[in-house]
Design a binder for this molecule. Sequence first.
Ligand code: FE2
Length: 381
Amino acid sequence: MRIRDGRAEWYRNRWVRSSSISDQLGEPGHGRAITGPDFGPNVHVIGHAGRTFALVEDLLRPYELGYELDTVGPCDLGRTEDGFSVNAHAKHDPHTGELHAVAFYSGLDYVKHIVVDPDGSTIQATDIPVPGRPYMHDFALTERFVVVYDLPVTFGAAAPASGRWIPYVWNPEHPPRIGVLPRSGGPIRWFEVSPCFVGHTLNAYDDGASIVIDVIRFGPGFEPADIGGNRPMVDRWTIDLDTGKVDERRIDDRPQDFPRVNESLVSRPHRYGYTAASSLYAAHEPRATFTNALIKHDFATGRSEAHQFAHDAAAGEAVFVPSAGATAEDDGYLMSFVHSPERGAADLVILSAQDVSGDPLARIHLPGRVPLGFHGSWLTD
Ligand SMILES: [Fe+2]
């Protein structure tokens, strides 16, 4: 969606042309041919160094996209000699302009912290030994540290054969722990947590001798192939670097995911965060009335405010976009693709982040459905 001067100028939806997609569409390939797996990068779309990238995870390549979502081709964003690239939950440090990622591959007993400089040209990479093949979809970044989640959802070679569509399973034999790696160098330090799986980080920051991390946490027994079977909730982890203990606190026990924050505060203290309550997670829920909402959390007061959409609305992840000249953290807009059951098509809904439960500031009616996706970005032109 392109928005300018109070108008929605266009909406566009394109397959990323991996070699397989190009073949199926009878088109010539886009960019250079690559060896090895070449699946669609379907998890996130970000901007970096004035370019647009579609990202995935494992050893699969990012793809670069053009201004109107045409596929430029597979690319080397954060590429290392052993085949890692910047993966889906890469994070910008808004103070340095660097792009940080923690990349994993189920075939290796280490993961890699990758830093790409602001112009995208050079990288630094640090190996972190992590045996046991855990699934590391996301990580946390603070001003001083990188935090990795070594949790008991691990690669199960038998999973695809058993018909599971994700080859990772709950593994009670894998001790749950989180690792704190200093950004300035030095060894990683590990901290025990209770059995769980963390899919997404809302944000994290340093607080004296502590690290505060707000996460979306699934309870014990989480199976990625049965994502509606275990309720994701908002938790706060506070790592005490002096005592070596992690305080684990529930912030909101209603099922929700897709956390976002004002991106100028990634890795620095935040007060507000935004999540989406999806009907995906309500399949097994007695409280199924709480779905299809966008939620604003105030971590200072412990209060939250929700914008409830219609039954079957399927609210997607909201992106926070600051107002021009904003000084308050929540002075800005929440934008999300939300299905309109009445029209049988999607709207781009724009809420005021300072009045989340109020009427939308705008609803942009799209001509069709927007397939449910994962993550995306607002890129200022
Ligand atoms: Fe994700």
